[in-house]
Design a protein around this ligand. Sequence first.
Ligand code: PLP
Length: 408
Amino acid sequence: MAVINENFLKLPSNYLFPEINRRVSDFRAENPGAEVISLGLGDVTRPLTPAIVEAMQKAVRGMSRQETFFGYGPPQGYDFLANTILENEYLNRGIKFSRDEIFISDGAKCDVTNIQEIFGQNNIVAVTDPYFPLYVDSNVMAGRTGLVNKNGQYEKMVYLPCSVENSFVPELPQSKVDLIYLCFPNNPTGIVLAKSELKRWIDFAKKNKAIILFDAAYEAYIREPDIPHSIYEIDGAKEVAIEIRSFSKTAGFTGLRCGYTIIPKQLVAFKTTGEKIEVNPIWYRRQTTKFNGASYITQVGAAAVYTEEGKKQSREIIDRYMENAYHIRKHLTKLGYSVYGGSNAPYLWMKTPDGKSSWEYFDFLLNRANLVCTPGAGFGSQGEGYVRLSTFTSPTDVNEAMKRFAKL
Ligand code: PLP
C-alpha cells in the first residue's frame, strides 16, 4: 500500500493566485466590455533587455558548434557567473566570499523552499506575518508543523506579527525558534529594514544558535542609501545567515529562471549531540544530488546583467517600476488611503477602507473600478484588512487606475 505524505493534506487547496484568476475570469465572462487593469501582478511585465538577449543569442549559436557546445553544467553554476555575481553584488560592498560559498540555481523559489530540507525535523520555524506563503507551505509539507487553526495558522509555527502598530517591522521572537525567514524588501508589505534593525536579528540568532534565511529577491529596488542590500553588510551575519536572491525581478528572469544562494563557510548548524556542522557542504551535497544546474544559456544571460550596458538597461526598467510606485503612493495618499511600502520595493500595502475584509475589497474594486489587487489575507492572518498593490504594470495603466480610484 502506497501511503501518501499526509502533511500535504494539511495545506488548503485554494491557493491565492488561482482564486484571484478564477474571480477575474468569472468577472470578464459576465462583463465582456470591461477593461480590467491589474495592480495584482507578482510577475514583471517589461521584456528582457537587449544586453541579455544578445548574450543569449550568442550562447545559442555557440551551442550549435562542436567546440563551444556545453552539456551538463556544474550543479552549483558556472564560474563565470558565480564570480561575476560575487564581484558586482558583494565585493563592491566590501563583502568577500569564495567561489564555493555561492550556489547558482534556477530561481529563488526552489532555494527558498528546498533549503529547509537540510535542517532537522524538530526545528521551530518563525515567519513574519504577513509572509510569502512558500516559507510556511514548504515547512508544512516537510512535517514541521501541526494542523492549521481557524486563523490559518499552523501549530508549532511561530508567527511574528507585522502591523501598523510596529510599522510592519517584526519584533524579536519571545519563544524558542531555530530557523527564521526574513524577507526584505518585503513581499507583500514593501517595507525594508534599517541596518540597526537587521543587527538585532543577527545578535538574536547568534545568542539562540538560530539561522536566518534571508530572502533578498527585491534588493535591486532599494533606493534609500542607508538600507542594506545584503544581510552580510551587517557584522556577524556570515555566522548566522543564508541569503537567497533572484534575477527574476532584478532583470526580468521570471520566465528564464535564475537565482542564487550564499551559504558562508562560517555558518554552522548542530547535531542533536551539540556538535557543530558546517552547513555549506551539506547544501553542496544536496544540490549535487538533486539539481543539475540552471541552463548554460540562461547563465550567460544572467552574467550579461552585469555588463555596463546590462546594468544601465536593467536599472532603467526598475526605475520605471519605481516611478509607478511613487505615483500610486502619492495619488492614493492624497485620496486619503493609508498606504505603506513602495519606496524601496515594487509593492505597496494598503489598508482597506470602511473596515472591509481583503476579499470584500478585492470584489469591490473589481466590480466598481475593474481593478485587480491582491488580497492581503492570502499572505497570513495579519494581512486581513489589507491589499497588496503591485507596480509591475505600465504608467498608462497606473494613470487610468488612479483616475478610477478617484471616482470611487
Ligand atoms: N521570494 C520572494 C519574496 C518572491 O516574491 C518571489 C517571487 O515572487 C520569489 C522568492 C521567487 O522568485 P523566483 O522567480 O526567483 O523563483
